[in-house]
Write a protein that binds this ligand. Structure first.
Ligand code: SF4
Length: 159
């Protein structure tokens, strides 16, 4: 298992997710065999520990609360960031500026992780950000087809 190295985001998102919070559930692409696609060709696929993703969500939640605190300013917060906090701070800042309506799970196929872990992540997102209107992800049809109907319904309800 790889060590948690702080909040992470992957290299791409759909154009429609420009205002979304990007949450990295796994790194790179588990398939990586499309001849027209070079994005992840030199990158090894790995699934992030679910507790690391939960920690990323908590980090964003904490920064959103601090950014919404009328007793401080983004500039003051930025000035006092601890080492390694910048990615979560900027992700929270941009998401707040974009209205906090949507979240995109990265990278190339978030449905390849254990469905129970995906549910845990989705439910944690909902508990921290009940106002989110849309949670989306890339996924291969093969990954979706391997999840049973009942679990898919639970995932859809949680998202
Ligand atoms: S599944 Fe998507 S990310 Fe993976 S190689 Fe194909 S096009 Fe690229």
């Amino acid at each position: 298992m790889e060590r948690h190295n702080g909040f992470e985001q992957g290299p791409i998102r759909p154009p429609s997710e420009a205002s979304s919070l990007l949450l990295r559930v796994n790194r790179n692409c588990p398939w990586n065999r499309c001849t027209f696609c070079s994005i992840y060709k030199k990158s090894k696929f790995s699934i992030r520990p679910v507790d690391d993703v939960i920690r990323d969500i908590d980090n964003i939640h904490e920064f959103i609360n601090r950014l919404q605190d009328r007793g401080t300013t983004p500039a003051a917060l930025q000035k006092n960031l601890s080492p390694g906090e910048e990615p979560a701070f900027y992700a929270a800042y941009n998401w707040l500026a974009g209205g906090m309506e949507s979240i995109f799970l990265q990278d190339a196929d978030s449905l390849v992780i254990r469905p129970e872990n995906l549910l845990k992540i989705l439910r944690h997102i909902r508990s921290k950000f009940p106002g989110v209107k849309r949670i989306t992800s890339y996924a291969r049809s093969d990954s979706v087809a391997r999840i049973g109907d009942e679990m898919l319904k639970e995932i859809a309800a949680a998202a």
